[in-house]
Design a protein around this ligand. Structure first.
Ligand code: ADP
Length: 263
């Protein structure tokens, strides 16, 4: 028997399948625009490549921004709960989770059991989210997956003075037309996101055992810039974009067995 967790985000759909002993079997990430927009097709593809029949998956939990629009799950759960659950499994020492996704960023503080103590969220403004980085990588004519390493050759950080994504984009365009060094511009972009997220982290309080999750955790420039702002070393899960879907799959398993036992 297997359990599915599906995290339908603004930028990507993430799917994790676990077995009945809570072992992670596999996971997949379908970026919006690059893959199928049909969640079920992605689920079928993931199950097929692992030789699993859909009928062997009795319970599915959907999470993320688009969870209410997906009809294939038995239950929907908040991303906060799912991220806390998923991170606690793969990084049990972690007490603070910083999740930077496509259109929001969140900070979650959890206890030794992985239960949520407090959280803060920015979902009002693209600054400090993956969307900001996507806008900037478009302006720079690079791929989002290259942006992190592009900043590594910086000799100085060119700070971005505007918080607003639209104005910050114009600022970057001006810097480019002035012929400024691209790695220095990129370092400024990363610093801008890190400063914004640090403001959110400070609202919840910092714990040295802190993990960065979400697709933006794949950006080495953001990891380094955040570590500099927060003055701590961040833990990064093996697959940081999949922790929400993992937590959802764990919730699915838990709910299935609880229901079974209460019958
Ligand atoms: P959501 O749950 O809102 O869909 P994700 O946690 O999936 O968000 O993260 C999506 C964001 O992750 C994108 O906006 C992008 O900034 C970033 N991202 C995705 N893939 C990569 C990558 N390979 N390298 C760096 N950043 C990435």
């Amino acid at each position: 028997m297997f359990f599915l967790g599906i995290d339908i985000g603004s930028a990507a759909t993430k799917i994790v399948v676990i077995d009945e002993d809570e072992n992670i079997v596999d996971g997949s990430i379908v970026n919006m625009g690059t893959g199928t927009s049909n969640v079920d097709d992605s689920v079928d593809e993931l199950l097929k490549r692992n030789g699993i029949d859909r009928s062997a998956c009795p319970f599915t939990v959907a999470t993320g921004y688009g969870r209410m629009n997906y009809k294939g799950a038995q239950m929907q759960m908040s991303e906060i709960t799912c991220h806390a659950k998923g991170v606690h499994k793969v990084l049990p020492e972690v007490h603070t989770i910083i999740d930077i996704g496509g259109q929001d960023s969140k900070v979650i503080r959890i206890d030794d059991q992985g239960l949520i103590l407090e959280f803060a969220m920015n979902d009002k403004c693209a600054a400090g989210t993956g969307r900001f980085l996507e806008v900037m990588s478009n302006v720079l004519g690079t791929n989002i997956s290259q942006l992190g390493s592009l900043g590594e050759g910086a000799s100085e950080i060119l700070p971005i003075s505007n918080t607003c994504t639209v104005f910050a984009e114009s600022e970057v365009i001006s810097r480019l037309s002035e012929g400024k060094n691209i790695p220095d511009i990129v370092a400024g972009i990363h610093e801008s996101v890190a400063k914004r997220v640090t403001g959110l982290v400070l609202r919840v309080g910092i714990h040295p055992e802190t993990a960065l999750t979400g697709g933006v955790a794949k950006n080495i420039g953001i990891i380094k810039a955040l570590e500099k702002e927060l003055k701590i070393k961040l833990s990064i899960a093996d697959k940081p974009q999949l922790t929400g879907a993992l937590g959802a799959a764990m919730m699915a398993r838990e709910k299935y067995f609880n229901d079974l036992n209460s019958r």
